[in-house]
Design a protein. Structure first.
Length: 198
């Protein structure tokens, strides 16, 4: 027994042939595509959902004194890198070289990369990488009263997951215990949502 099946029509070809059935078919598909596109353009939640934005502040505390401060608003999963430098001078009580009578300058730099990687019910976890150029303590003076200049050294440290509460309280991470002591303290909270521009 043979069953004759109707042949499948291509609506585009049929549309250009001008039949009413093809026009209705293509028009229906066009309306469906237009409806989906309108939802996307109108900002449907599943199309425009943005990662949480974290507002944070970081203080660099050296020998009990705040020497640097950073703050930013960073999206969850993104990283923010901050670099700072400062120049120091030391009175060494040494006869200056004849070719350079000025007191020598020392430029110290720090680079901190911070990324909020997890958002909990009442805390935020940060991954932190840092590279610090610091000075060793100044050597004792010689009999002539001339001090040796301090030597700079580079310290690199990482914290894979520092948990910070979202209530605005400070959380500390001790990078160097002593000579000199170096502590990062951080506070964070969810950033206020911004209204979309019209």
């Amino acid at each position: 027994m043979t069953i004759d099946r109707p042949r499948r029509r291509d609506p585009v070809v049929t549309f250009f042939n001008g039949t009413p059935h093809a026009r209705a078919t293509v028009f229906g598909k066009t309306m469906l595509h237009g409806f989906i596109g309108a939802l996307l353009m109108a900002g449907a939640p599943w199309a425009t959902a943005a990662p949480n934005a974290i507002q944070w502040e970081l203080d660099v505390v050296e020998q009990g004194q705040i020497v640097d401060q950073f703050k930013d608003v960073t999206s969850l999963g993104q990283a923010r890198t901050e670099t700072a430098s400062h120049t120091v001078q030391h009175v060494l009580n040494c006869p200056p070289p004849a070719d350079n009578p000025a007191t020598p300058d020392f430029k110290l730099t720090r680079t901190i990369s911070l990324s909020p990687i997890h958002l909990g019910a009442d805390d935020i976890t940060f991954a932190i990488d840092t590279r610090e150029m610091i000075e060793d303590p100044v050597a004792n003076p010689s009999a002539s009263g001339c001090r040796l200049p301090p030597e700079a050294r580079v310290v690199a440290a990482s914290h894979p997951g520092l948990m910070v509460r979202t209530d605005g309280s400070w959380t500390s991470w001790t990078v160097i215990e002593h000579d000199p002591s170096l502590v990062y303290r951080i506070k964070a909270m969810l950033a206020a949502p911004t209204s979309p521009t019209q």
